[in-house]
Design a protein around this ligand. Structure first.
Ligand code: PGA
Length: 269
């Protein structure tokens, strides 16, 4: 764990008009300027031109319409911005799509690929997800590659087999700990208020690390971050993040409230 700096990533999904997104980003900036460990209303602040050291890497992934405004709002802070998806190609006749190059050009550092909502709503399979992750790497973005089993697969006892297959099919061969982050998000835990117990999540994370070991070698597997996602909240974050193979969180609902998201950031120590 020591060799892996935690990453707390907010996935805003399809939420927020401009005023909401800017207000949320401003509230996060305000918190990021305070010394970590102090309560949000503490008086002692670092000067605005000196970004406070954060306990972990912090990322927000707004909808495409808000990316540029959020980048402007967090400029000069340690908060990174990413996209929620990208196309596998750099440009062309792809109506409605956005490329990794376009996100990089704006100033994004990350992009989420293969979120279960993309896999389910847009028919993305492992190969599609891998091509998107490869596009992210080509563009110089860090790809957050999502995997996770459905409730039916879980009930059938297939969790580890499904996740292993998704890792083998979705993670680029060229992945390194600097260019790829894996996110394990059990589909049944997303937006439902249900979470895997810390022990259940740890067992799957360990299985994912073993699969990364087979795919990329032991050094890369040992250093690659594996995030947990699915109803992460300030109240359950510390216990989940305390597991040896859980290196951060991908947060949906709770990332839409600055206080909750920052509570999760504070739990990543
Ligand atoms: P949730 O979403 O935190 O609202 O469960 C997580 C995700 O889908 O990334």
């Amino acid at each position: 764990m020591d060799q892996r700096r935690p990453l707390i990533a907010g996935n805003w999904k399809m939420n927020g008009l401009v005023a909401d997104g800017v207000a949320l980003a401003e509230a996060l900036v305000e918190r990021s300027r305070r010394h970590p460990g102090l309560p949000p209303d503490a008086a002692a602040e670092v000067p605005p031109d000196v970004p406070a050291a954060l306990p972990c890497d912090v990322l927000v992934c707004p909808p495409f319409t808000l990316v540029d405004r959020v980048l402007q709002t967090v400029s000069g802070t340690k908060i990174a911005v990413g996209g929620q998806d990208c196309h596998a190609e750099a440009s062309g006749a792809r109506t409605g799509d956005v490329s990794a190059e376009m996100l990089k050009d704006l100033g994004c550092r990350y992009v989420i690929v293969g979120h279960s909502e993309r896999r389910a709503d847009h028919g993305e399979d492992d190969r599609t997800v891998r091509l998107k992750a490869e596009a992210a790497l080509r563009a110089g973005l860090i790809a957050i590659v999502c995997v996770g089993e459905t409730e039916a697969e879980r009930d059938a006892g297939q969790t580890e087999a499904v996740v292993a297959r998704q890792i083998a099919g979705s993670v680029p061969a060229a992945a390194t700990p600097e260019t790829v982050v894996v996110a394990y998000e059990p589909v049944w835990a997303i937006g439902t208020g249900k979470t895997a117990t810390p022990a259940e999540a740890q067992a799957v994370h360990a299985r994912i690390r073993a699969e990364l070991n087979a795919l990329l070698g032991s050094d890369a597997a040992a250093r690659m971050r594996i995030l947990y996602g699915g109803s992460v909240k300030p109240g359950n974050a510390a216990e989940l993040l305390g597991q040896p193979d859980i290196d951060g969180a991908l947060v949906g609902g709770a990332s839409l409230k600055a206080e909750d998201f920052w509570g999760i950031v504070g739990a990543a120590k």
